[in-house]
Ligand binder design. Sequence first.
Ligand code: NAP
Ligand code: MG
Length: 462
Amino acid sequence: MKAHDGLYIDGAWRPAATTEVIEVVNPADEQVIAHVPAAGAPDVDAAVRAARAALPAWAATPPAERAARLAALRDALVARKDEIAETVTAELGSPLQFSQAVHAAVPIAVAGSYAELAATHSFEEKVGNSTVLHEPVGVVAAITPWNYPLHQIVAKAAPALAAGCTIVLKPAEDTPLTAQLFAEAVHEAGVPAGVFNLVTGLGPVAGQALAEHPGVDLVSFTGSTAVGRQIGAAAGAAVKRVALELGGKSANVILPSADLARAVHVGVANVMSNSGQTCSAWTRMLVHRDRYDEAVGLARTAAAKYADRIGPLVNAGQRTRVRGYIEKGIAEGARLVAGGPESPCEKGYFVSPTVFADVTPAMTIAQEEIFGPVLSILRYDDEDDALRIANGTVYGLAGAVWAGDAAEAEAFARRMDTGQVDINGGRFNPLAPFGGYKQSGVGRELGAHGLTEYLQTKSLQF
Ligand code: NAP
Ligand code: MG
């Protein structure tokens, strides 16, 4: 694609007030592939004003018409699916097949789900002598990360549009081209001017100006816990709604009755996909002591298959951070069974698929989010021990349980402090609520639960 040198504000690409730019780098070969504006506070202000001006008309647009725009948006994304996949591969580095199957396909499914929900959701209900109206929250600031660059945009923009909100998006500095493609699709879908606005820029400049803007009613943020905490504090001080989708350290619990080979195989694939840059990845594998050595052997074999298939990390800083965690794992006494901190390639921000055994719950690599292709295998004695370990982090975003039958796995899953659990390899469901317990976040995305985040209620008594 050709990068835009402007910002998408009030229905058109406009020059930024600043001349600062962001260099977009291909992490597979470290080449600069494009430049986009690094917006400042005046640009953010212009975008918020456009969103506020467009709000009354969009909020009053019948849900059926909002649904029609969302269906057109889904179609525009379908028409561009190859360009989307190629763009994600160029700026994030994920292998093209994964970009097609996940980075392009999932947002299409999610946009389609909100076209349907906008048409079928009850925006009014009767409660005794009251009529309860579900009205849009207002102007939404969407601040998104780079790891699933289009999915994370669509998971905010689609429900916001369905609800009748208007939006200003500040995407991650590493993946602005995918966001520009999304803005083009919104434009093609006939969404009225000002309803969706895109401001590319740096987090502490454009992101912070947007999150703190008094014209914003709700801040929806996905990213690191450190920034999420700041945004939550600022939103609290301004009495503004906030949704936070933060990190995770999810457990993959393999009960003794499970099909061990399948559980390990799927578990390793889950951690290595997208080079481990998935907030819900099952980065801690919990195995009963009687089957532990067998599981470690299976994981070593499974990880080796990814050695020449895995993409790079998104940037040099993330590679340094992930290598630091691998070195820390070794220093704290975990046993390296695959991969390691050395660079496998001369060019590109690659890290080898890495597996640690003999990891204990207190180790740094068992507690902190690494955000790279690094799996820790922990040993448990019995189910209560497994549950203590699974629940023993500050996070609670996702998880998995494997057992001989689904009922046994479900019984364990019900005791886990986490927002999503996949039972015996259950499939991704774009309508299921996604979000965190504990420090993994506040609020839910996707499906009807995700739509509710963008609505506020008004009660009329008769
Ligand atoms: P991040 O800094 O939290 O980035 C998320 C988004 O917030 C980006 O758009 C970022 O802009 C923006 N941002 C940064 N500082 C801001 C501020 N002060 N005010 C408002 N917005 C701000 O995350 P990161 O630096 O890309 O990644 C660091 C770590 O975060 C990762 O290693 C991983 O552990 C975690 N992470 C989690 C997720 C997740 O899905 N939960 C996603 C990505 C990262 P810039 O792009 O300019 O920084
Ligand atoms: Mg950052």
